[in-house]
Design a protein around this ligand. Sequence first.
Ligand code: ADP
Ligand code: ASP
Ligand code: MG
Length: 420
Amino acid sequence: MREKRKLSGSKLFVKKFGGTSVGSIERIEVVAEQIANSAHSGESQVLVLSAMAGETNRLFALAQQIDPRASARELDMLVSTGEQVSIALMAMALNRRGIKAKSLTGDQVQIHTNNQYGRASIESVDTSYLESLLADGIIPIVAGFQGVCPNGDITTLGRGGSDTTAVALAAALNADECQIFTDVPGVFTTDPNIDSNARRLDVIDFDVMLEMAKLGAKVLHPDSVEYAQRFNVPLRVLSSFEAGQGTLIQFSPECSHGEFESALVQGIAINKALARLTIEGMFTSCEGYQALLACLSKLQIDVEFIGPVKLNGVSENDCVSFMLAEAKVDILLQELKVLSESLAFGTLLVERQRAKLSLVGKGLQTKLGFLTKMLDVLGNETIHAKLLSTSESKLSTVIDEKDLLKAVRALHHAFELNKL
Ligand code: ADP
Ligand code: ASP
Ligand code: MG
């Protein structure tokens, strides 16, 4: 297939358009026009679309009204429908322009995942149908975010998972580039909607991008970055609203012999709407701790554990403390109430409206000056760094959410990220 394309001289691009990019009929028409122009210029294209902006949230909210603990299987059946709407509308918009295009669900393509409903991982992609469509000059328009698990059920890949669909298709088809079209013109030093001084990066290394994505930079789903790195997929983030070269995600250039990579802060990632939960008396029994883990896994709550803490004079080994999404606190508290009937544990302390802010880059831990500088900058703004976590690639702190904008702007300025 790749050989045939090479002989015919046409390049293959997998192009993914996010929710805002296909958020209205007008937007769908604009994207269809761009795709039609590229088709006329001889490009081979596979499209991956998200649901129209707001649609996935609307679907989750419907389920919430019926049962906040609805089964993950049924949730996947429900929320995967959003993508089906946008792909069909896009196919119509292209067909009306005389361009041959066909909408396809994950099942129709044969995007195989494991059976972890709600956050499944792609295990394989069967490219035969896509290749036959491309060979016939038909543009496949694939529903992002969804796949099919071994028992034939629909699965979804976690919020923002259409990025991963696009990268997985690009890898399987050996595409020339996977292009993620979104509502900002590339990857910036920090969220440009938070700090207008944020600078677009022409290129960013996979390692740094992955850390940014894991720490909250929503512009790419972390799985998509990991997948692209693993399968060597050329990956680019671009705006669907304006022309430009966007940001290319690349492998770190090799350091030549005897040369050390210089330490550098390259971006700030943020994670909003977090809470911290501290449970006293958890470690008194191994059973209690295991029950907590089982409960978190059942509710599909991601947590970041924080070292043992001392609470109200109780031995620090008796407390467990972790960060989680604020939206998950109430459902977890309900579940813990049920647990407390059979397992003894003490006070629950909930701290809401927290945010995590992370400086991301290279060599950050070795060079102690970075941490001191970060704390000084926050201190000068009278922002209290409540927790710290460090590694070579990130310096993270938890702060009050109300201080987030001030903190990002002060740190962006102090670390001269606008001059990168
Ligand atoms: P899509 O719907 O196209 O998938 P997302 O909302 O998932 O778009 O991701 C794009 C958003 O990511 C931007 O609007 C921006 O607010 C946010 N963002 C966070 N960090 C960054 C960053 N470092 N660079 C660019 N955008 C970022
Ligand atoms: N529609 C899904 C979501 O809103 C997937 C995606 O947009 O990538 O999370
Ligand atoms: Mg996204």
